[in-house]
Design a protein around this ligand. Structure first.
Ligand SMILES: NC(=O)c1ccc[n+]([C@@H]2O[C@H](COP(=O)([O-])OP(=O)(O)OC[C@H]3O[C@@H](n4cnc5c(N)ncnc54)[C@H](O)[C@@H]3O)[C@@H](O)[C@H]2O)c1
Ligand SMILES: [Zn+2]
Length: 365
């Protein structure tokens, strides 16, 4: 097991990365002497595979363990589920020193993290990310929240966990498309911060696709290190550094929204977004064509989409969706663009005709 410390403005929390870690959970709790009660928030599918060892490990160390299942899917990040969760906590008499333990992907983590941030103005929060996306992205950085009918993640809080457990053995049960789509986020980390990580992805693609645990452990470790560094320099997304994590996402969110969140998984939309952002950088003469081709080839190795073909996406709806992107500054879209594999710049002076050209070349109509 390896440990990465994520610094926050007031303290720091460990992310434990390894394999077969669930049985160690009780000891990890004890090391931090958290309170006596634990509410595990999870989903049916996940509980089937992983609930028992988590419960056992906690009970062995004397914790009173409760379980609350939430429905599957993005709609579970709702006020209804949030208030349901508060009532379960009240019913079992949870106090500030007790813990909400998220056992799931980003949906479980975001909802239960926000409940932890707000119930009694804050109870303890521990996150076990069970998806690849949760381990490389959502479980680190302290963002929690729910959706409103008007849009995603519109209500939330920055609320760091006490610790995070990232067990790569849990990926074995993930559906293939889900697993591959999260690799787009890892490619993102390589392009924005680490030529070495990018090369590792190129060299070890076969092992990664076969879910070799050592290779996956390396990917999670390196991704968490990069996200932790970026987040430590801009915890509350106020200064701009955190913006670089948005590489591929301005286009990606546009594609996701314009397809009604139905045809593309998040990571797939990000993969096409990474291609578009790389081509935009080439058009602006910031990035070489050779490196752009390497980026496209790597995404293709992971069988991720690199164009919009077959989606019949209208230019106007993509542009409109991108305009709604939260990460604008004074009404201007900001673009995270690579200068080399391993380095990016943020620009807000990209002419609209160039953006249209890139989307058209990717297959937008
Ligand atoms: N807080 C953040 O910083 C942050 C960052 C990125 C994304 N997010 C949020 O994360 C959410 C997406 O997260 P996600 O991609 O993990 O999706 P998810 O939580 O919906 O999980 C995907 C599916 O996989 C199932 N699952 C989870 N672990 C499994 C396992 N080990 N084996 C088999 N099935 C498993 C889940 O039950 C679910 O059906 C979005 O709501 C997004 O807004 C948050
Ligand atoms: Zn993402």
């Amino acid at each position: 097991m390896k440990t990465i410390l994520v610094k926050t403005s007031t303290s720091q929390y460990p992310v434990y990365v390894g394999s077969q870690l669930l049985s160690k959970l009780g000891s990890l709790f004890q090391d931090l002497s958290l309170g006596g009660k634990v509410l595990i928030v999870t989903q049916k599918k996940i509980a089937k595979h992983f609930l028992k060892p988590v419960q056992q490990s906690l009970k062995q160390k004397g914790y009173a363990v409760f379980v609350h299942e939430i429905p599957d899917g993005e709609t579970a990040k709702s006020s209804k589920e949030l208030f349901g969760l508060y009532r379960v906590l009240l019913k079992h008499g949870f106090e500030r020193r007790d813990t909400i333990l998220a056992l799931g992907g980003g949906v479980v983590g975001d909802l239960s993290g926000f409940a932890a941030a707000t119930y009694l103005r804050g109870v303890r929060f521990v996150n076990i990310g069970t998806t690849f996306l949760a381990q490389v992205d959502s479980s680190v950085g302290g963002k929690t929240g729910i959706n409103l009918p008007e849009g995603k993640n519109l209500v939330g809080a920055f609320y760091p966990p006490k610790f995070v457990v990232s067990d790569v053995a849990l990926f074995q049960t993930l559906p293939d498309r889900e697993f591959r789509s999260s690799l787009a986020e890892v490619v993102k980390y390589g392009v924005i911060r680490s030529g070495e990580l990018f090369r590792f992805l190129e060299d070890e693609a076969d092992k990664i696709l076969h879910r070799d645990e050592r290779a996956l452990e390396h990917l999670v470790l390196e991704s968490v290190k990069i996200k932790a560094q970026v987040v430590a320099s801009d915890e509350f997304e106020a200064r701009g550094e955190r913006m670089i994590l948005n590489f591929g996402h301005t286009f990606g969110h546009g594609f996701e929204q314009a397809t009604g969140y139905k045809k593309l998984l998040h990571g797939e939309a990000v993969a096409i977004g990474i291609v578009c952002a790389s081509r935009l950088a080439v058009a602006l003469k910031m990035f070489s064509e050779v490196e752009e081709k390497r980026v496209v080839a790597l995404l293709q190795k992971f069988d991720l989409p690199v164009s919009l073909s077959g989606l019949s996406l209208k230019m106007a709806s993509v542009l409109q969706a991108m305009q709604r992107d939260k990460k604008k500054s004074a009404g201007k879209l900001r673009w995270v663009l690579p200068t080399h594999i391993g380095d990016v710049l943020v620009r807000d002076d990209v002419p609209l005709p160039l953006i249209r050209k890139v989307i058209r070349e990717a297959g937008g109509k």
